[in-house]
Design a protein around this ligand. Structure first.
Ligand SMILES: Cc1ncc(C[n+]2csc(CCOP(=O)(O)OP(=O)(O)O)c2C)c(N)n1
Length: 277
């Protein structure tokens, strides 16, 4: 992996994610911005896909089970060439192809529809099982939120994935410590998430979710394990890189125009700094 390029891509994704949400004026900044690094590694260095053929049968799949993180996916897909990135500056407008939650029938690059938390884990399991039955090498990557783990369906999906030895399936848990109503520990504490995932039979690692090299190496390590599904718990900061959202770990934000200007300028600066390094 070209670490410098992937860090640059992550900064591009952060800037683009802000631009996408800015086009609507408000939205799910927190849980989108914290995924820029894992999206950069997946789309810049790991996944097999063809932006000109989004439904290519041998592609790897992404299931954004926390479907409210649509903006970071739309930014990534635009940057990777699925469509001109400016098309996503219609976020959640009437007749847009870019709804706030992700819809496989509307947006090129979206493999499965999500938004009702928990369901993405099950559909990811189905996609991984289907690819195995069809003899495809395709891998399925599913991104879950730590608040989303409150859904019992997630644990059923883990159980099924283990029992069916789905080693073509990798779950990420975005452990940012917050959900919609506040800190995850105050709402339904999970204790040690990685230990729980491991107890369900997933080969589990926990890493800094903003360290692109650690993410890449953990994915390689996971993929070397045969006969077992994997999980990577990403320790992240909700709102990472959005000046108005990060300090308060905001879930959704509706900043004033001057706050948008400050955030966009900071994200541009962060990108410039990486480009000049
Ligand atoms: C089944 C279901 N219940 C409730 C919601 C409303 N909701 C949207 S986002 C959210 C919080 C999710 O928290 P988390 O998974 O930690 O996401 P993150 O903090 O990473 O954005 C909730 C409760 C939903 N989308 N689906």
């Amino acid at each position: 992996m070209d670490e410098r390029r992937i860090k640059e891509l992550a900064a591009e994704i952060r800037l683009e994610t802000l631009r996408v949400i800015h086009s609507r004026g408000f939205g799910h900044v927190g849980g989108s911005m914290d995924l820029a690094d894992v999206m950069a590694v997946l789309y810049g260095a790991v996944m097999e896909y063809d932006p000109k053929q989004p439904r290519w049968e041998d592609r790897d799949w992404l299931v954004m089970s926390k479907g409210h993180a649509g903006p970071v996916a739309y930014a990534t897909f635009g940057l990777m060439g699925y469509y001109p990135k400016e098309e996503a500056y219609t976020l959640n407008q009437p007749h847009t192809k870019f709804p706030s939650h992700m819809d496989r029938k509307l947006t090129p690059g979206v493999d499965l529809t999500t938004g009702s938390l928990g369901q993405g884990a099950s559909t990811a399991v189905g996609a991984a099982l289907g690819n195995k039955i069809d003899g495809r090498k395709s891998r399925v990557y599913a991104i879950l939120g730590d608040g989303e783990l409150d859904e019992g369906e997630i644990w059923e999906a883990f159980h099924f994935a283990y029992a069916h030895k789905l080693d073509n399936l990798l779950f990420f848990v975005d452990k940012n410590g917050y959900q919609l109503d506040g800190p995850t520990d105050d709402i339904l504490a999970h204790s040690d998430i990685a230990a729980k995932c491991a107890a369900f039979g997933l080969y589990t690692q926990e890493i800094d979710g903003h360290d692109v090299t650690a993410i890449y190496e953990a994915i390689q390590n996971a993929q070397s394990k045969k006969g077992v599904p994997s999980c990577i718990v990403l320790d992240t900061i909700k709102g990472k890189g959005a000046t108005f959202a990060e300090p308060k770990r905001e879930h959704s934000s509706q900043p004033k125009e001057e706050q948008w200007a400050e955030a966009l300028a900071a994200a541009e600066q962060a990108l410039e700094t990486i480009r000049k390094a």
